[in-house]
Write a protein that binds this ligand. Sequence first.
Ligand SMILES: NC(=O)c1ccc[n+]([C@@H]2O[C@H](COP(=O)([O-])OP(=O)(O)OC[C@H]3O[C@@H](n4cnc5c(N)ncnc54)[C@H](O)[C@@H]3O)[C@@H](O)[C@H]2O)c1
Length: 431
Amino acid sequence: MKIAIAGTGYVGLVTGVCLAEVGHTNVVCVDIDEKKVQLMKEGVAPIYEENLEALMIKNYNLGRLDYTTDYRSAYEDAEVIMIAVGTPERSDGSANLDYIKKVAKQVAETITKDTLIVIKSTVPIGTNDDIEEYIKKNLKNNVKVEIASNPEFLSQGTAVKDTLEASRIVIGVESEWAKEVLEVVYTPFEQPIVATNRRSAEMVKYASNDFLALKISFMNDIANLCEIVGANVEDVAQGMSYDDRIGHKFLKAGIGYGGSCFPKDTKALHWLSSHNGYELKTVKAAIEVNESQKLKLVRKASQIVESFEGVKVAVLGLTFKPETDDLREAPSIPNIQYLLERGAVVTAFDPVGIENTKKIFKDSISYTTNIDEAISESEICFIMTEWKDILEYDLLNYKTKMKNPLILDGRNCYKLEDMKNLGIEYYSIGR
Ligand SMILES: NC(=O)c1ccc[n+]([C@@H]2O[C@H](COP(=O)([O-])OP(=O)(O)OC[C@H]3O[C@@H](n4cnc5c(N)ncnc54)[C@H](O)[C@@H]3O)[C@@H](O)[C@H]2O)c1
């Protein structure tokens, strides 16, 4: 079976590599970015994901996996084409489907065989129907074509593992044929397949992400109240977590969620809902809490220091979460902007996110992969991402290297007691 994949981002590339890894022998990944395709052919992963590069090299050398910018050669004789291009946020909060539509046009013009088109990108409910109608109307050749929805649930940072050991594979199909084809694709993964219709599958993805975003915002809301009433959100979360109905994941308070999914998927579902005359109040609340949470610590710091003008500030952690190089919607961005606008002199630490940060802040801040260097002589330190290097850092160094250390920790990395014993002025979230 020839499987072509449109888009080699976190979803497309990981999917392609894992399909080859479980035994598919003809997987071709298409991207419009020539530099990326060249890198991948040389065995270099254009994104940072654990184990990705090793599996890319292995399966490319086995001849099961290839990369190309030539979509015609990839699509024309494929039996399955998976679409994994981006669906970013528009300024009104709705999902931008231009990339998907472009691929649909390319597919309609090129396929010469019966093809199942599988949409893996996160798309608003009804998009699969619209794309099917468009492709059928614009087909150049007389072939059978159908669309199936197959939303992706991987998390960045553990994308390869999440794909090879997925909790479930959701497929939204409208025919037995589509279901059978997807069973051939996914049976080697030996994971439960949940089959629904296309609209329900599209909704499973949004409802899942929005529920997780809601869980985070709920805990952040509770954390803020904990600070006011003298409770400790970590103890509260622990107490809650013993209840199976609540579970222990996503109960950690912090400075809000970021990344390429939660922010846009909450806004897109809220937009879709309003567009259909219904207000999704819970999701709206999740969005509002997150927006205000992001700048919580810089606002706190501005109550402590008189001014940021000329103040040397260390920002530890730039990416939206650890184990990824992705900076999309990372809380570090508005925080650094806030500090720069007020004249702070910022040195930022991150183990893998510096290249992407440079695209945003250029030389307006300094960068380092060394925590000692970042905090040295600084007066304030903000922690934005709970990288292992930060969690395991020798706390005494804050005391010896910073000038009158003031630490504002947006990820609750350290024990309150340890900081108290060291005599460091330390603020975290909800404790
Ligand atoms: N990143 C995640 O963790 C994640 C998880 C689940 C679902 N999703 C969803 O999956 C989709 C893709 O997300 P991503 O983070 O992998 O995106 P991404 O931005 O990392 O990658 C998209 C890729 O598509 C390429 N592209 C654009 N137009 C193309 C075309 N016509 N043909 C071929 N390639 C083209 C781009 O060059 C880019 O490399 C989105 O809808 C997202 O919401 C993402």
